[in-house]
Ligand binder design. Structure first.
Ligand code: EPZ
Length: 420
């Protein structure tokens, strides 16, 4: 096991490059199942989740090679149409193979990500979507088994915009016979990139980035290359690292248009921003102002930035209210932040954050990817030493985060530990 040790109090300064978007590449990789041949995915981040998705594809018979942030994928020997529990339980996004497998091969056996289809990690929207396209779906001892002679177009309306279900249905429908309409579709940049990638493979898709995506099925697709968009959540996380430490940081190789809601909230909190086409410079104010946030689907304030925002608000000069509307239980970072001296009260899906003068270092435990990020951010400003345990969570979605932070002057390092 490994932990991070952080000595807080350093104002971060300097420049950091943002890596490719985890939540884009995790959709682009399974999309390669839709056509036989060789693909290159450029600007791929070096993450545990990319390794896990690679294992899922290798299990299916795909050849995957990762070097210099380039994924080379060959899908000429796809031979199995299953994603086993051992892999899916490590990463919910493995379910993204369901749509392409049933769409191209007419069969898919994919483990449920954990819990049942309806909770706590629901996939009912994925299942209902491919059923509408004509698949027979049964749940058999923890697996989704989907069969279809040939999928046909359909009109699908999602009760709530789901990133994963929009991606899965889009991938299932590109080879279906006829027109598919996805209403109340997700508009996240990662889904737009997935759609654009499918178009570059020969798919006919319109409406990307709007509430309604229309797909006209084609007979076959061909391989294409793609460059992953920058990770908007990593970008937001590093901006908050600059703000929380009272520093001045420039993030490069990002796309500020993909995280405007975060930039506006950072300005409301008193930060000075210089925004370019592919960079953002942030300078922290002497005091962080309390700013309320309610998470929302894109282009609203991202749920994946909620934990990091609470870390920043924990040292603001006043009280703020953070409301989580996307996931019902996404406050596991709060008890750990309280161990660092934060004053936060959670009531259902609302966190009341009373800013404190300072946080004090302590031993804390990561519980999930973005919770880990919020603990690291708090540790950077807490007085003294903070130890963050179970950092395998953070390595899922941030590429060598401690090295990037060290380059900004942070006193953070990785240590082996038998504590967990
Ligand atoms: C994607 O997850 C992201 N993961 C998540 O990022 C992100 O938090 C989430 O979208 C919301 O933006 C990837 O892209 C790999 P959803 P996804 O389907 O697709 C409910 C990170 O930290 N729902 O948009 O699983 C669901 O419970 C990760 O990088 C159903 O009810 O999210 C949630 O309440 C965490 N039934 C809401 O919809 C379904 O069939 C939104 O979930 C599917 C989802």
């Amino acid at each position: 096991m490994e932990k991070f040790v952080i000595i807080g109090g350093k104002k971060l300064s300097g420049e950091v490059e943002i890596s490719g978007a985890k939540n884009s590449v995790l959709a682009l990789m399974p999309a390669t199942l839709l056509a036989s041949g060789t693909y290159k995915i450029y600007n791929t981040p070096d993450l545990r989740d990319v390794k896990t998705m690679s294992q899922v594809l290798i299990e299916i018979g795909v050849n995957v090679n990762f070097e210099n942030h380039i994924l080379t994928i060959n899908t000429e020997n796809v031979s199995k149409y299953e994603a086993p529990y051992e892999l899916v339980k490590k990463m919910r996004a493995s379910i993204y193979v369901l749509g392409p497998l049933v769409g191209r091969f007419g069969y898919a056996k994919v483990s449920l990500p954990g819990g049942c289809a309806w909770g706590p990690r629901p996939v009912d929207l994925h299942i209902e979507g491919i059923k509408k396209l004509g698949a027979e779906v049964e749940l058999d001892s923890g697996y989704i088994v989907a069969r279809a002679k040939k999928l046909h177009g359909a009109k699908i309306h999602f009760d709530k915009p789901s990133v994963g279900a929009t991606g899965n249905v889009m991938m299932a429908s590109v080879l279906a016979k006829g027109i598919t309409l996805i209403e109340n579709a997700a508009k996240e940049p990662e889904i737009v990139q997935l759609g654009e990638f499918l178009i570059s493979m020969g798919a006919k898709i319109t409406g990307l980035g709007t509430d309604t995506i229309e797909i006209e099925g084609v007979d076959e697709l061909k391989p294409a290359d793609v460059t992953t968009i920058p990770d908007r959540i990593e970008a937001g996380t590093f901006l908050i690292a600059g703000a929380i430490t009272g520093g001045k940081v420039k993030i490069k190789k990002c796309n500020p248009k993909h995280f405007e809601a975060v930039l506006l909230k950072l300005e409301d909190a008193g930060c000075y921003l210089n925004v370019g086409d592919d960079f953002v410079e942030i300078e922290a104010p002497d005091e962080i102002k309390p700013v309320d946030v309610t998470t929302a689907v894109y282009p609203g304030f991202p749920t994946d930035m909620q934990a990091q925002w609470i870390a920043l608000m924990s040292i603001a000069n006043g009280t703020s209210v953070v409301t989580e509307t996307i996931f019902y239980d996404r406050f596991k970072h709060v008890p750990e932040l309280v161990r660092l001296g934060a004053d936060i009260e959670v009531n259902e899906n609302v966190a009341i954050v009373r800013g404190v003068r300072k946080l004090k270092g302590a031993k804390v435990m990561s519980t999930d990817l973005r919770a880990s990020a919020s603990l690291i951010l708090a540790g950077l400003v807490a007085e003294g030493k903070t130890e963050v345990l179970r950092i395998y969570h953070i390595d899922r979605g941030y590429e060598r985060i401690e090295e990037k932070l060290q380059r900004l002057g942070a006193q953070i390092w990785r240590e082996k530990t038998d504590e967990y």
